[in-house]
Ligand binder design. Sequence first.
Ligand code: ADP
Ligand code: AMP
Length: 218
Amino acid sequence: MYIILLGAPGSGKGTQSKFITKKYKIPQISTGDILRENIKKNNNIGKKIFNILNNGDLVSDDIVCRLVYKRIKQDDCSKGFLLDGFPRTIQQAKYISYLGIKINFVLEFIVPDELILKRISGRRIHIKSGRTYHVYFNPPKKQGVDDITQEKLTIREDDKLESVKKRLKNYKKEINQLNQYYLKEQKNQNLKFFKIDGTTTPKNIQNKIKIILKNNKN
Ligand code: ADP
Ligand code: AMP
């Protein structure tokens, strides 16, 4: 199964990825997580992109596509994967087609800006695993620590208000073109494109996704 999750920053892609990848036994490829890993390692790519992420700008298509290519060539991706946060531009979407990958589902989460801002202001993450929590909406079992490893949770550097506003603006600039692209792909290929109301509870959204994926198998 090959799945793409679209949605503004804070719309719940990472949260829903965890359940989808577990249920369908496919790896989650979050370009945000991969980029943050490079920053943490402070390698050449990390040094180049540090300011870009902090400012809420998009990393170049060239860098992101190369990182995705490297990741999907690994063995665990041979039977499918879930892309979270990629594609973000039309060039990235075309790159997936260029690689000959046949996407089965594109799911886009729809969440209004006010709610996005509330979600992001309370987001806490476990960097190593990419697990995401929210201080009110989705709290960890024990305050401030990851449920599985008991390691400390942190606030993302780019979850500051100014950076979030920029990320939302960037998202809106690109999403219409991506929508058009996948509506067209839906006609030409077996791909199915769904927009999902992302404002309800994580469990409710999870159930909606389960039904969509179950009822639309090829
Ligand atoms: P994205 O990966 O799209 O940036 P996340 O999955 O990290 O978004 O979610 C952003 C924040 O909102 C996190 O703190 C998460 O715990 C919380 N969250 C995710 N889905 C929901 C939801 N359906 N209702 C309330 N809070 C949510
Ligand atoms: P995310 O974790 O998906 O919210 O991504 C965090 C940040 O990483 C974004 O604000 C961008 O700076 C960068 N990023 C992640 N994915 C991409 C992508 N596909 N293209 C360009 N930049 C990206």
